[in-house]
Structure formats: C-alpha cells, structure tokens
Write a protein that binds this ligand. Structure first.
Ligand code: HAM
Length: 431
C-alpha cells in the first residue's frame, strides 16, 4: 500500500512549541502539588474492562458508548483508560491500601481515551492532570484539593475562574432522590429517546448527562439533589462552603452538576472557562467514598479531580514557557564545522540555561543568519520563549585565530574576540 498515513481520528500530534507548553503545565503541577505533599503515580494506560464497568458505571456514556475495548491475544477484555481515578484506586487496593499511612496524596498526568465525536476541545486521545486524596472523610479533604487546584490555576495565570459545586446524596438518601426523579420524569417521558428511557429506569441520575433538549426541559422542574441530603451530608456540604472562602476559592452552587460518572458521593464540582468553546469544562471532580470498597479494598473515603490538559493549555493566555537566550552557532562552510561544534559545546557548558544550536547543514553565514532571524521573528514556533538571539559566526578567520564573532540580532552589534574570553564576555548574558 502506498499513500500518506494520517493520525487516527480524534488524536493530535504535539510539536514544539506545543509540547513545551504541556511540559511547562506539568512542571507547575509537579511543583504546586508536590508542595502540598502529593506524589506522582503512573498507572497503565490499559486496564481490565471490568474495572471501568465497576467504577465509572455500566450505564454511563463513558462505559456504554465511549470506551476503546479490545480482546488481547488470550481473549481477555482490555480497555484503554477513559479516566485515571479507577486505575489509581485499583493500584492502591492492589498495593495494600490498609497498610499505607493515610491520607494518601497522589497526582498524575497522562493520556486518556474516549471514543467521542471529535470537535474543538474534544478528542479521542486527550490528556488529564489529576489529583486523588485518599483517606480523609471530612470536608477539609474536599477543601484541600479544591484549594490546591486554585493555587495551580493561578500559578498558570488563570485568575478569572470559579468553581461550581453541588452535593449528591448517598446511601438511602440517594435512593430516595432517584425515586423522586423517576416519579417526576415518568409521566413526562413520552418525548424521551431510547437512551433516556433506559436511564430513567436503570439509573435516573444519569438523565442529567443527557444532551437531548426534551430531557433537559423535563429536568428543569425536577427535584434538587440538595433537598435530599441527610443531616450528615448537609453538614459536610455546609462545612465545605465555610472552608472554600478561607482558601480564596470563588464558587457558586448548582443543582445541575451531577457529573457523568457513577462513583461520586456528596461533593461534586466543575470549573468551566469562557475562553473555551462549546466544550467549556476545564475540569471536574468530586468525592467518591464508596469506590475503594466497591473495588475490593477496605472502606476508605476519597476525593479528587481531573483537569483536561488540552483544554487547559487552550485556555491559557500567559506563556509558561521558560525564557532562554538562543545562540545560533554558524560555521561559514563545512571545513569550519568541527571548530563550530567545539565552540557550541563550550557555550553550553558556560551557560547551561541557554539554548545553543549549531548549524549542522553548514550552508554558510548568510543562510544561518536567515534561520536565526526567522526564529527570532516568530518565537511561537519555538519550544522556549526567546529572551534574545545571538549568532556566533565562525569562518576561516576565526578558526585560524582561535577566536569567535558574536552578533546580537536585536541590536545588530557585532564583536570578535579570542575564544578564551568566551566566559567573561558572555557572563551575565544568560538567563
Ligand atoms: P471527567 O469530568 O470525565 O472526570 O473528565 C475531567 C476532564 O477531562 C473534563 O472536565 C475535560 O476537561 C477533560 N475531558 C474529558 N473528556 C475529554 C475529551 N474527549 N477531550 C478532551 N478533554 C476531555 C474524570 O475523568 C474523573 N476521573 C475526575 C476525578 C478525579 N474525579 C475524582 N477524581
């Protein structure tokens, strides 16, 4: 077969400088979450299919319609992870959560896979940055993760964001809420599609995930989650509302936030961004007090969130890339290349923060300067933020005299000096 191959639908390649933006966001995550005592966990990108059916839930869109599921060569059903919470809990239970000091604080960053209809901000392979706090039953746990989330978002320059929170009843109160929802919707369900009819009977909470305008209309007058909370749950929710302002987290309440995943109990939250299009959910999270036990572990409360990293990078206006000085080391001809490589290496050792590129194609000073000028004039194409460009010009004159000529591309100033003076001449010029 001939012809050009394309990336699979819903995937996208990250070239420099995009990859560098993602790396900068992940470095900030590592710094902020690390400062709160969270360590990184990396779990497999595929898991047993059953894990997601038992955690995310059989009747959710994710499990029902969006999983990349395949048999391995021995016929075991595997699934590319659509999210990372289930894998983290599986890993903790497998490691022996009962023996680990609590609470367990973890974060992760990595690709997730959902077979969705691709559009701007919605991909089949996307990246999440997430956090899971395991072993804290009280609202102080919810407050810690949400507070830390806002420290992270602000560190990235996203100042104008607000959380929307809700509280979903659990246990008997949840069953009562589900019944009330059914009683409200059944007499009004004549216009429901097949999916929503099924949701209504099997898992009425999932009706809130429906995109069907008719279902949405019926839900407008539906009972509200907050009216069904038992006393302990209500106290939990009130405590969280008291703590969030102390941590500087702006929020509002909305009964419409139920999240499209079954494992949530009590707190759920989302952050949307006006800078995104139709897919404006920047992140989502919540408490999942029953999941660890449901997956065979010791009953352990937990709370966490996951940010859509692709959407986060899209919403950022600030440039988190590190500013660096670029040294374009340009040999005049092939015979100057070895000398140029030596000089390039020396500058790298003198200025570890700088970026030093030797023109390996040795097309001559003119072409080399042209490329350096292109980079300087279109810095978004480059992996780092360019703090300045210096061309190091090396022809037979420099090679024979063991000297270098350095040209500052922003001022045009140029000087030639002995190579042994590189250290003192470049001192203070790096970033
Ligand atoms: P989720 O709401 O399903 O939650 O996903 C979290 C975020 O991932 C979304 O808000 C969105 O930004 C991003 N996302 C989801 N699907 C796509 C897609 N197809 N393309 C691009 N971005 C997408 C979870 O996954 C939970 N595990 C969060 C959590 C952690 N809850 C507790 N701990």
């Amino acid at each position: 077969m001939t012809g050009r191959l394309q990336a699979p639908k819903g995937t996208h390649d990250l070239f420099p400088s995009d990859s560098e933006r993602f790396a900068a966001v992940e470095a900030t995550a590592r710094r902020v979450f690390g400062a709160h005592g969270y360590g990184e966990i990396r779990t497999p990108t595929f898991e047993a299919t059953e894990l997601f059916a038992r955690s995310v839930g059989e009747t959710t869109d994710i499990v029902h319609k969006e999983m990349f599921t395949f048999p391995d060569r021995k016929g075991r059903s595997l699934t590319l992870r659509p999210e990372n919470t289930a894998g983290v809990v599986r890993a903790l239970v497998e490691k022996g959560l009962q023996d680990l000091p609590k609470p367990v604080r973890l974060w992760y960053a990595g690709p997730q896979f959902r077979y969705e209809q691709p559009q701007a901000g919605r991909y089949r392979e996307f990246r999440q940055i997430g956090v899971e706090l395991v072993g804290v039953p009280s609202a102080s746990g919810d407050a810690e993760v949400i507070g830390m989330l806002f420290v992270f978002l602000r560190a990235l320059g996203l100042a104008d964001v607000r959380a929307t929170i809700n509280c979903i009843p659990k246990g008997e109160a949840r069953a009562a809420f589900s019944r009330a929802l059914q009683e409200h919707a059944r007499p009004r369900a004549s216009g429901f599609g097949e999916d929503d009819r099924k949701r209504l009977e099997e898992n009425p909470l999932r009706l809130f995930d429906s995109k069907d305008p008719e279902t949405k209309r019926v839900l407008e007058g539906a009972p509200a989650t907050l009216d069904f909370l038992d006393d302990a749950s209500r106290a939990h929710h009130e405590e969280l509302k008291r703590l969030l302002p102390l941590l500087g987290v702006p929020f509002r309440e909305s009964a419409a936030i139920v999240r499209g995943i079954d494992y949530y109990t009590l707190t759920v939250f989302e952050v949307t961004s006006d800078r995104l299009g139709a897919q404006n959910a920047l992140l989502g999270g919540g408490r999942y007090d029953d999941l660890v036990a449901d997956l065979g572990g010791p009953p352990t409360p937990a709370v966490g969130f996951a940010i859509g990293e692709d959407r986060l990078v899209e919403a950022m206006t600030s440039d988190a890339r590190v500013p660096r000085t670029l040294f374009a080391v340009i040999p005049d001809g092939r015979e100057d290349l070895v000398y140029a490589l030596g000089v390039a290496d020396e500058i790298r050792q003198l200025l570890p923060e700088a970026v030093v590129e030797a023109d390996l194609l040795a097309r001559g000073i003119g072409k080399g300067l042209g490329r350096a000028g292109q980079l300087a004039s279109d810095p978004s194409r480059y992996a780092f933020r360019i703090a300045g460009v210096r061309a190091v010009l090396l022809g037979s004159k420099e090679r024979e005299a063991d000297s270098v000529t350095v040209k500052d591309l922003s001022t045009g100033a140029q000087e030639t000096f002995p190579r042994r003076q590189l250290a003192e001449r470049l001192a203070g010029r790096e970033r």
